[in-house]
Design a protein around this ligand. Structure first.
Ligand code: PLP
Length: 233
């Protein structure tokens, strides 16, 4: 390393991040236990993930099966696995059954494939429906107005349980600018529940990354997906 800052230990960066989460919760009057934390481990290997386990982190998020596979094989059910990236239909057989949660349910053929695989395994998979709130062409996810019809389809799938909605905000130099995106996701969840399209109320909002998690907490995030800030990079 040439002339760069000395990297923080995981302990330091996890503690600093935790303090920021607590402070954001305090600011908006939410209990800390309302906000759950997924450590996004796509940047690190199984050895470093063990350090995170030792620090008490248990929820790990990965966005590609190929890269996650050796880590999953090393750590397995010592952790709870969240699949957070775009999932190709031909990878459903690899991911469903190994990852507990799917955060990126974004199209009908994927819903059908997940239902089929979960039925075969005799499990019920907790999923998040991904919404492209910002409308950026580079982002995956349903358009907000497609949600009610999609949720009605999900309600017909006995092996899929909709836990919540997920979104990714655009990267903004001023994180305050992400607020309308997070607020809209919360409104979409509330509208879904008012219309009772799903058999059980949808509780969770998977939103907030390193750049914008404090704003996401203020707007109701219940699952944060944090990579770089948590790992001190
Ligand atoms: C990489 C990734 C994250 C974490 O990003 P950071 O900015 O490093 O916190 C969160 N969600 C998804 C879907 C990702 O791919």
């Amino acid at each position: 390393m040439s002339g760069g800052a000395i990297p923080l230990s995981f302990r330091e960066s996890v503690e600093r991040t935790e303090a920021r989460i607590r402070e954001a919760c305090r600011r908006c009057g939410r209990p800390r236990e309302d906000v759950r934390l997924i450590a996004v481990t796509k940047y690190i290997g199984a050895g470093e993930m063990r350090e995170l386990l030792d620090l008490g982190l248990r929820h790990f998020g990965e966005n590609r099966w190929q890269q996650a596979r050796p880590k999953w094989e090393a750590i397995g059910d010592e952790a709870v696995w969240h699949f957070i990236g775009h999932l190709q239909t031909n990878k459903v057989k690899d991911v469903i059954g190994r990852f507990t949660y799917l955060h990126s349910l974004d199209r009908l053929p994927l819903l059908e494939a997940v239902q089929k695989r979960a039925a075969l395994l005799g499990i019920r998979v907790p999923v998040f429906i991904q919404i492209n709130v910002s409308g950026e062409a580079t982002k995956h996810g349903l358009k907000p107005d497609e949600l009610p019809a999609f949720a009605a389809k999900a309600a017909e799938c006995p092996n899929v349980r909709v836990e919540g909605l997920m979104t990714m905000a655009p990267h903004e130099a001023d994180p305050e600018n992400t607020r309308p995106v997070f607020r809209r996701l919360r409104e979409l969840r509330d509208e879904l529940n008012e219309r009772a399209i799903l058999p059980e109320p949808v509780r969770h909002l998977s939103m907030g990354m390193s750049n914008d998690f404090e704003i996401a907490i203020e707007e109701g995030a219940t699952w944060l997906r944090l990579g770089s800030v948590l790992l001190g990079r």
